[in-house]
Design a binder for this molecule. Structure first.
Ligand code: SAM
Length: 252
């Protein structure tokens, strides 16, 4: 077979494959395949932190890792010094972490299969008296803005311009519902939209007995105030404190 007809056959097979398995169905599978290498190295990462205490950990840091912190992410971004899948048990010993920071990451974890385990792990690794600062897009605030007349409230949250162009994605929204879906779904990357009540309930369920809503730049541990100003308008800020007391597993 000539190179030309081989290339034609490959193209036809590819087209056939993509018609059987649409991109939106395959994308999560590809993501998991890409992660196999990261997951294989998990035990090495755990070994690195054996015996470590008093750590400050940025979970899902992306390119915003800080010196002196353990900056965890599945992507090997600049500043990431711990490449690890947060859906596995965290690579730190019980009570080894002095403070946890997690900005715009929790919504990427599956609400029932992944997020509860992740939150329980955060509770486990924190030292008594340690704070977990969690920041997510504020689903409640977006719904309130959506139900107001006109675009002003939504544009103010997202930072979209007069033509509703999104500074984060380069997309342009024709309708308010398109914008809300971008926040809640982000092309399938976002698994859940939280409001304060739900996030607080989930953190209590994970074992934290003192959970409060905070605001941008305000918190119980000054070291954890890494909040990015560009996310302030649209974000929900919650802090969960691990007291020395026995965890309270009530859901109220
Ligand atoms: C929207 S970005 C937020 C990055 C940074 N925290 C910020 O505020 O700009 C979400 C980050 O979570 C990371 N992430 C998503 N799922 C993850 C997982 N299972 N394990 C580790 N990191 C994950 C992504 O790679 C990405 O860097």
């Amino acid at each position: 077979m000539s190179d030309h007809s081989k290339a034609g056959l490959t193209k036809r097979l590819k087209n056939r494959f993509w018609s059987l398995f649409p991109h939106h169905a395959i994308a999560p599978f590809r993501f998991e395949l890409r992660l196999l290498k990261v997951r294989r190295r998990a035990s090495l990462v755990r070994r690195r932190y054996r015996g470590a205490r008093g750590l400050l950990v940025n979970l899902g840091a992306g390119p915003h890792g800080r010196p002196g912190w353990v900056n965890v992410d599945i992507s090997r971004e600049r500043g990431v010094n711990c490449v690890y899948d947060l859906r596995r048990d965290l690579p730190f010993e019980d009570g080894a972490v002095a403070g946890l920071f997690c900005e715009h990451v929790l919504e990427h974890l599956h609400r029932s299969e992944e997020a509860p385990r992740f939150l329980r792990e955060c509770f486990r690794v924190l030292e008594p008296g340690g704070v977990f600062r969690v920041i997510v897009p504020d689903g409640g605030r977006y719904l309130r803005a959506y139900s107001q007349e006109g675009w002003a409230a939504l544009d103010a949250l997202r930072g979209t311009d007069a033509e509703h162009r999104d500074p984060w994605s380069d997309g342009r929204y024709r309708t308010k519902m398109e914008l809300v879906n971008e926040i809640f779904r982000q092309n399938g990357e976002h698994q859940y939209a939280y409001d304060a009540e739900t996030l607080i309930a989930d953190l209590r369920e994970a074992g934290f007995d003192r959970v409060i809503e905070q605001s941008f730049g305000v918190g119980q541990d000054a070291r954890l105030l890494l909040d990015r100003p560009s996310r302030a308008a649209e974000s929900l800020y919650v802090e969960a404190l691990k007291t020395a007391a026995r965890p309270n597993f009530s859901t109220t």
